[in-house]
Design a protein around this ligand. Structure first.
Ligand SMILES: [Zn+2]
Length: 129
């Protein structure tokens, strides 16, 4: 539908999942049939334990995501959130999802950020870029 990926784009998530390149499988937290959960250490330095939930098949953004993946994605997001509560005793959990450059998407494979929140974590003042 709407694509911002360059013609020669080599999707890092697909490379990891399909070719075993990059830091995976060390970064993989859990694999579901249609969805993968991986560590995300890039952003949110005051919120360690963040993960990315990604479909195992390539879809660039929310516009392309098949509706049938809604439930598997949400199941993985819920499981990650529950695990964060148990593992980190966090005060809350946030999820974010970005589409297109104006929406701050920087990997052209649909993904949802899920991360623990803490009272006074100053999330929006602490993002690493
Ligand atoms: Zn991909």
């Amino acid at each position: 539908m709407i694509s911002h990926a360059p013609a020669d784009y080599r999707c890092p998530f697909c490379r990891n999942l399909n070719e075993g390149k990059g830091d995976w499988p060390l970064e993989i937290v859990h694999l579901y049939d249609e969805v993968a959960v991986k560590l995300n250490i890039k952003w949110w330095r005051n919120n360690p334990g963040a993960v990315l939930v990604v479909p195992r098949a390539h879809y660039e953004n929310v516009y392309d995501l098949p509706i049938e993946l809604g439930t598997p994605m949400q199941e993985a997001i819920r499981d990650a959130a529950v695990a964060m509560k148990q593992a980190f005793d966090c005060d809350g959990v946030s999820q974010r999802q970005h589409n297109e450059p104006a929406g701050h998407q920087d990997v052209w494979h649909y993904h949802v950020h899920v991360f623990p929140r803490f009272e006074g974590d100053h999330l929006y003042q602490s993002r690493d870029t």
